[in-house]
Design a protein around this ligand. Structure first.
Ligand SMILES: C[S@@+](CC[C@H](N)C(=O)[O-])C[C@H]1O[C@@H](n2cnc3c(N)ncnc32)[C@H](O)[C@@H]1O
Length: 199
């Protein structure tokens, strides 16, 4: 199946606008034009009737758009990012999707709400101690699923182990993707941890 989503309304990522001090690994995003990944997103959202999502790490708004376009039952996504560049993404998302999206210009370290959601997507700072703290924050939201990017990175892997997030059951074909950042092709692995609150 061939799938694509329109991201032309979002700000174009520019290394000069993006604050490299925020999160250090702040540059990067899911390959929104990868049909396999989009198809996998759709099946996760559809099969599990995901209505609410909380996202850590908006960046240019690509993954938020993937949720909004590919999750057929999605009623609301809240996405947070402390980077000033992401404010533009927040405005663009709001203009297009209205009440279905809320952007908060905040880091996970200072964000206080813990409203229950169906799925938390963690894709902020991938260096110790943030992945561990972000998983703890996610667990407080009592989600059925945690989706986490770059689980191949050592600090993320360690945080996943520390929290016993082992129920990683999806087709491995969709866990691995490659993307181009600053002219270099990099691999990434996205994990979906199921039955999080019933562990
Ligand atoms: C890899 S990018 C996110 C990409 C986006 N999820 C996508 O796929 O389109 C990481 C983002 O996390 C943000 N970030 C870093 N530390 C954060 C934190 N503690 N809380 C929330 N966002 C954070 C950075 O500013 C950066 O924009």
């Amino acid at each position: 199946m061939w799938t694509q989503i329109d991201v032309s309304f979002l700000p174009v990522p520019d290394p000069n606008q993006h604050d490299p001090e925020v999160g250090k690994q702040g540059w990067g995003y899911l390959p929104y034009n990868d049909p396999d990944l989009l198809e996998w997103f759709e099946s996760v959202g559809y099969q599990n009737k995901i209505k609410t999502v909380f996202e850590i790490g908006t960046f240019a708004g690509y993954s938020a758009t993937m949720f909004l376009e590919m999750f057929p039952f999605l009623e609301k996504i809240t996405t947070i990012d402390p980077n000033l560049f992401s404010v533009k993404a927040g405005v663009a998302l709001k203009e297009k999707y209205g009440d279905r999206v809320e952007f908060v210009n905040s880091s996970s370290g200072t964000y206080k709400d813990r409203d229950q959601v169906d799925l938390v997507y963690i894709d902020g700072n991938h260096q110790d101690p943030r992945p561990q703290k972000d998983i703890q924050m996610a667990l407080q939201m009592k989600p059925r699923f945690i989706m986490m990017d770059n689980i191949e990175l050592p600090d993320v892997r360690r945080a996943v182990k520390m929290n016993n997030l082992f129920n990683l059951e999806h087709d491995p074909k969709y866990f691995y993707y490659t993307n181009e950042h600053r002219g270099r092709r990099q691999p990434g692995i996205i994990g979906l941890f199921k039955n999080v609150i019933n562990r």
